[in-house]
Ligand binder design. Structure first.
Ligand SMILES: Cc1cc2nc3c(=O)[nH]c(=O)nc-3n(C[C@H](O)[C@H](O)[C@H](O)COP(=O)(O)OP(=O)(O)OC[C@H]3O[C@@H](n4cnc5c(N)ncnc54)[C@H](O)[C@@H]3O)c2cc1C
Length: 664
């Protein structure tokens, strides 16, 4: 081994499939003689641990390049009725993992790259660049390919994390196999036991085959149950047999986000690099394609973070959506898996299904394919996904604004429905979203620190109150400024805006709501401050943002702009209230819940003391002002906004602390 302090051109963390495929491409390009390479794996890789299979067109680059490693190929499949069907133009290929690992061993001999049999403790970077930590020793690499086991994290509601678990035997049978030239991808002729389970069969010769019981589900399959199924299946279909070897595995089927340390010089690859197709568990072909892109970039010295991002972009987004639909069905109604996969393979040509799983079909081919599948589970999965999607809330707000508009401004029906909804919204989330700042501060409910926190909080609210007394105009401008910042920051997190775009958006939305209600705004503001407000904004002034939303393909942003346009035709209090409760408070609430990892109920209960305190203060302020000082509606609303300004000032400070925390 070379000196510990040496910097390598490339370090591979893990010597599994993805690293091996990249090393193969580097060797093909004669780059291994020019580059210094270190490969670190905690396993020795001396045995066969995986049966890698993939389908590819006969003339494809992948089939040709990997031909020397391919151990078996099949050009036909046995379907669920027992019929044999050709899969032309594809062939299904099998590579033994040990052959791939041994190939890397061979090129290692030629190229003299370094290998370390050790566990990598950390992959990181400091001011000198990327490095790995092995037994407290640092190894530096200009480029680090990281294929450690991925860690998945739920980042949105409705995401699913399932397992494709399997236990298989390679068996030798006494009598010849009934179909030794064709493989079985999914034979559902086994007990489902409340999951989606099937048998996968790869015949290697006339009397040798891999039979593998596979489960798609929330729980991995357990050995005893799996072996009973294998035994029964093998006896039923092949008679007497002996077990030659075993394969056990578990592949994540997930649309959770993968925790990845992406940064200059560090590239997650393979499973960690998101190459496993969530709905099938296949990754080998994706990893091969990734190896081509990465090796080309290394050859041209053009390896940048964009290399990985660009590749992901080249697959149309709709395929990720299809994956999510299937994961939703498999996660919530696993008993439906069998009928869906049976229909998929029986009612469609296998080559079209394989093309679809390769994410290469046209939209028309997909429409035909889906039209032949059972409708009900797909519809219920679609509804489930919609309820959890970012588009659900703005769609509901479009519906609410439309109904309020149709009821007619200031009609009794509009008042009852509109203000009724606002009252419910204020009680459930509008005020509570600002009453959990104590949790944001400490992360949990600490009675000891509450008094100090409350004093700090109230003193900030009093500073704001003092400013109102000193100079209403200054206080008003300051209120508008920090509200723009705060609204922008909350919405910006939803749509991943930069700080500047967030602020521009927050300012636009506030000015839009006020400026499309000039008369009502002027009445309220003149009750707060004697200055006259006369900023009239046309309802279409949000159009530039619509163009931004369309260009950046943010559906929920487009829908938000639609209901904001509609709200400009409603009375000011309703328009502002719908934004404050329906957009701002709900977003802020879900961000806090994501950070605190608390349920809605628990957060609401924790907010209760401050929540009640705020209502009590508001009631005292409003009663006092209504009966003793102010008279007109506008003046009452003016006092209400001053109150909101005072209590929201400290809230904005605490939420800013949250949004700028590294861990968030
Ligand atoms: C049993 C099995 C069969 C599969 N069959 C197929 C198939 O037929 N077709 C298909 O398309 N996909 C298949 N897959 C899915 C996928 O192709 C494989 O999981 C593939 O191995 C993923 O490649 P990888 O490089 O990301 O991970 P791996 O091949 O698992 O390589 C990662 C390597 O990193 C090492 N490592 C991990 N952590 C550390 C650390 N801290 N320090 C040092 N080394 C570390 C591990 O020892 C391992 O060798 C299969 C998966 C399994 C589990």
């Amino acid at each position: 081994m070379q000196n510990d302090t040496q910097t390598y051109d490339i370090i591979f963390v893990g010597a599994g499939a993805s690293s091996s495929l990249i090393l193969f491409q580097l060797k093909k390009r004669n780059l291994l003689n020019k580059l210094s390479v270190l490969v670190v794996d905690s396993e020795l890789k001396t045995g066969s641990d995986k049966t890698f299979c993939f389908w590819a067109e006969e003339e494809s680059r992948m089939a040709k390049e990997l031909d020397f490693l391919i151990k078996h190929s099949w050009k036909s499949i046995v379907d669920s009725c027992g019929d044999i069907k050709e899969i032309l133009p594809y062939k299904y290929h099998h590579i033994d993992s040990l052959d791939l690992y041994n190939y890397v061993r061979e090129i290692e001999g030629d190229s003299h790259f370094d290998r370390l049999n050790a566990r990598v403790g950390a992959v990181s970077r400091d001011e000198q660049g990327p490095y790995i930590l092995v037994d407290e020793k640092i190894f530096r690499g200009r480029t680090i390919f990281d294929s450690r086991t991925p860690v998945f994290q739920k980042t949105a509601k409705g995401q699913e994390h399932l397992y494709q678990s399997f236990i298989g035997w390679v068996i030798e049978t006494e009598q010849d196999l009934p179909e030794s030239d064709s493989f079985r991808l999914m034979d559902f002729d086994i007990e489902q036991n409340g999951f989606t389970q099937f048998m996968y069969v790869l015949p290697f010769s006339k009397n040798k085959a891999l039979i593998e019981v596979t489960r798609f589900g929330n729980e991995p399959i357990e050995t005893t149950g799996a072996e009973a199924l294998l035994q029964e299946y093998a006896n039923k279909n092949y008679g007497d047999f002996k077990i030659v070897s075993h394969e056990v595995g578990c592949i994540p089927m997930s649309n959770f986000e993968i925790e990845r340390n992406i940064g200059s010089g560090i590239f997650p690859i393979g499973a960690k690099g998101g190459q496993i197709k969530p709905s099938t568990g296949y990754a080998f072909k994706n990893m091969y394609e990734q190896s081509l892109v990465l090796a080309d970039r290394i050859e041209n010295d053009m390896l940048s973070l964009q290399t990985l991002l660009q590749k992901n972009k080249s697959t149309p987004k709709r395929f990720a959506f299809y994956d999510s639909i299937l994961l939703t069905i498999l996660g919530s109604r696993p008993e439906k898996g069998k009928s869906i996969f049976l229909a998929l393979f029986q009612k469609n040509e296998t080559k079209v299904v394989l093309k679809f799983l390769d994410e290469k079909t046209t939209i028309w081919e997909e429409v035909l394919l889906f039209s032949r599948l059972p409708l009900v589970p797909f519809l219920s999965a679609l509804i489930q996904l919609f309820l959890h999607s970012r588009s659900f809330r703005p769609t509901m707000l479009i519906v609410i604004c439309s109904i309020l508009f149709v009821l007619g401004n200031h009609s009794v029906a509009q008042d009852i429905l509109g203000y009724g909804l606002l009252l419910i919204g204020f009680v459930t989330v509008g005020i509570p979203h600002g009453a959990i700042d104590h949790l944001i501060e400490s992360g949990n409910w600490e009675l000891k620190g509450i008094a100090k926190f409350s004093l700090n909080y109230i003193s900030k609210a009093l500073i704001m109150m003092f400013l109102w007394m000193l100079s209403p105009l200054l206080a008003l401008l300051f209120f508008l400024l920090f509200s723009s910042w705060h609204f922008g920051q909350t919405d910006g997190k939803n749509w991943r805006f930069s700080n500047l775009t967030s602020f521009l958006w927050g300012t636009s939305v506030l000015i839009y709501i006020l400026g499309t209600h000039t008369k009502e705004t002027a009445d309220i503001l003149s009750a707060i401050d004697s200055h006259f407000f006369n900023l009239a904004i046309p309802f279409w002034s949000l159009f530039p943002w619509i163009i931004v939303a369309l260009i950046t393909k943010r559906t929920s942003f487009v829908l938000t702009l639609i209901w904001l346009l509609l709200s400009s035709q409603l009375p000011l209090i309703l328009a502002f209230g719908i934004y404050f409760v329906g957009q701002h408070s709900l977003s802020s609430w879900s961000h806090s819940s994501e950070y605190l990892k608390l349920s809605n109920k628990s957060m609401w209960m924790h907010s209760l003391p401050f929540h009640l305190g705020a209502w009590a203060l508001l009631a005292i302020t409003m009663v006092f002002n209504t009966f003793f000082i102010q008279t007109t509606d506008a003046e009452v609303w003016g006092i209400f906004f001053i109150f909101i300004a005072c209590i929201s000032f400290p809230h904005v400070i605490w939420m800013h602390k949250l949004y700028t925390r590294n861990s968030f």
